[in-house]
Design a protein around this ligand. Structure first.
Ligand code: MLT
Length: 247
């Protein structure tokens, strides 16, 4: 069995994968949940060196160092952008790909402008307002107070510089749509039925370029599906891994 690497989203860290890591380890997998530079207490890269490609380089090094050169890789949202950058630079290291609540397109001009404004606001007042705005968007209506407070605690513990650098890097990221059609490895797409950040239509657009990829829509989940509906997400991953192993 190949090791599994799960790449977190923004502004989150490895703790978002607590349920998936425990579940998959219980099934015998080696699971690595790295913290990207600037998150989970790791030092940020300099701002002008922060990019989805630089994050992908870190994941590539991890695969070489700790996964014997090949791994099953899952990426949530920003982690999905990183996974796409990795698939472009080092496709030979990824034996199966899992895209969770993510997209292939670059930012629209409006989204990019929003990120630049949020960087200004964080620089002046810190990230509290960005975090509250995000919390209002990333969970399905009537969220579990436990999940909400876990997500808030994870977000609030990130370094402002790490958040700023990643926010800027995401604003500059390339469109990866052309990469998707080149994927021949087993691929899974997961979306939250009530994801307002990467809505199901975006997941469907990804799937239209990777016809062999099953698209699993998680009911009663917003953007943070792996934390909001861990059992459904874990079940989808387990079924995908079972099918991928039998290929
Ligand atoms: C994430 O969850 O990683 C972010 O929503 C990604 C983004 O801001 O594009």
């Amino acid at each position: 069995m190949f090791p599994i690497i799960l790449i977190h989203g923004f502004p989150l860290d490895a703790r978002m994968w607590t349920s998936q890591a425990e579940f998959l380890r219980g099934r015998g997998y080696a699971v690595l949940t790295p913290n990207l530079p600037g998150f989970g207490g790791t030092p940020p890269l300099p701002r002008d060196q922060t990019s989805m490609e630089a994050f992908a380089h870190e994941i590539h090094q991890l695969i070489i160092r700790e996964a014997g050169g090949r791994a099953i890789v899952g990426g949530f949202s920003m982690g999905g952008y990183v996974l796409q950058a990795l698939l472009r630079s080092h496709p030979e290291t990824v034996v199966a790909a899992m895209f969770l609540n993510t997209r292939a397109e670059a930012d629209s001009p409006t989204a990019r402008e929003g990120r630049l404004k949020s960087i200004e606001a964080i620089t002046q007042n810190g990230p509290a307002s960005l975090i509250e705005t995000m919390l209002g968007k990333v969970l399905a209506p009537h969220p579990s107070p436990t999940v909400q407070s876990q997500a808030r605690a994870i977000m609030a513990s990130q370094s402002p510089q790490g958040i700023i650098n990643a926010q800027f890097a995401m604003s500059q990221r390339r469109d990866q749509t052309d990469l998707l059609a080149t994927l021949t490895i087993p691929t899974l797409i997961i979306s939250g039925a009530q994801d307002a950040t990467s809505p199901p239509s975006v997941a469907l657009a990804m799937q239209s370029h990777i016809p062999h990829a099953p698209l699993i829509q998680i009911a009663s989940a917003g953007h943070l599906a792996p934390m909001e509906q861990p059992i459904a997400v874990n079940t989808a991953i387990a079924e995908f891994l079972r099918l991928a192993a039998s290929r």
